[in-house]
Design a protein around this ligand. Structure first.
Ligand code: CP
Length: 311
């Protein structure tokens, strides 16, 4: 199968076969990460711009690492020191970078739809590194890679996604993709953070974590966005932790060798206990490593053309 997309904005327009292509390509890329010399000439002469209008540790660093391993030139566009502070628009900024012959733009922005807006305007490819509450497709793909690495396939697997579903781009992209891959997905959270309209994702929802735990193959905790407490969306961190916090005791109730995921950054002691986050069931560090491999695969698929990846 050949890759046919200029951009990666969300998972809704990828087929299950295309998602599998990304995961398969990432498997070859991961092997490169463990070589003594982690450098390929594959994308020599290609250039990538990272435009991060929101904070990021994992996504920004792993894209930068991925691009450099593949031999591309990576420009880290710093919003704080740019002409954005003089009022330059998102589009003018991106067009300025494109005029420097950039091949690929990776953008994170607080506004849902920012990456789609750029993709429509630019000849360069665009990857969504997280836009508002809408989508975080590369996070979901690295989550799938991590699950597939453990399971081999998705059919018959039960995945719980727990927490602030309403505001989570990670939950949306994961639900969309996992459904296509054939997994059973349950979105779980308090009613204020899991309104009925989330049903549009076509997966089951529940307010009761404990009743969903038996049989779960993976449980993903989402970061509780602390600013939500001020909006009165849950009574207290203690109450939230009592009902939805992941602990070793809770995970033992699955009755399975369940894996525990978290996209990061973690609020230890709130959505996940420290001892569970650091336990053998936690794949949080694997997710970070796999994030580099998956982003290498995506960069290669979008701008690698016909070059031989391992050359
Ligand atoms: N998971 C994730 O997007 O992390 P960062 O905000 O650190 O990029």
């Amino acid at each position: 199968m050949r890759w046919r997309h200029k951009d990666l904005l969300d998972l809704d327009n990828l087929s299950a076969q295309e998602i599998e292509l990304v995961l398969q390509s990432a498997l070859s890329m991961k092997e490169v990460l463990f070589r003594p010399i982690k450098k390929l000439p594959t994308l020599r002469g290609k250039s990538i711009a990272l435009m991060f209008y929101e904070n990021s540790t994992r996504t920004r660093t792993s894209f930068e690492t991925a691009g450099k391993i593949l031999g591309a030139d990576v420009t880290n566009f710093s919003v704080a020191q740019s002409s954005v502070n003089k009022g330059e628009s998102l589009l003018d900024t991106a067009k300025t970078l494109q005029a420097m012959n950039i091949d690929l733009v990776i953008i994170r922005h607080a506004c849902s739809g920012a990456s789609e807006f750029l993709a429509k305007q630019l000849k360069a490819g665009v990857i969504n590194g997280g836009d508002g509450q809408h989508a975080h497709p590369t996070q979901a793909l690295l989550d799938f890679f991590t699950m597939k690495d453990r399971w081999g396939e998705f059919k018959g697997k039960k995945v719980l996604i727990v927490g602030d579903i309403l505001h989570s781009r990670v939950a949306r992209s994961n639900a969309l993709g996992l459904k296509k891959l054939g997994a059973e997905v349950v979105l779980i959270g308090p009613p204020t953070l899991l309104p009925p309209e989330m049903g549009y994702l076509g997966v089951r929802t529940s307010f009761d974590l404990d009743s969903e735990l038996p049989g779960a193959d993976a449980v993903m905790a989402l970061r509780l966005q602390m600013e939500r407490q001020q909006s009165g969306l849950f009574p207290s961190l203690r109450e939230y932790n009592r009902l939805y916090g992941l602990t070793r005791e809770r995970i033992a109730r699955t009755g399975k060798d369940t894996i525990v995921l978290h996209p990061g950054p973690l609020n230890r002691g709130v959505e996940i206990s420290s001892d569970l986050a650091d336990s053998v069931q936690s794949v949080i560090e694997e997710q970070v490593t796999n994030g580099v491999a998956v982003r290498m695969a995506l960069i290669y698929l979008l701008i690698g053309g016909t070059s031989n990846v391992m050359a």
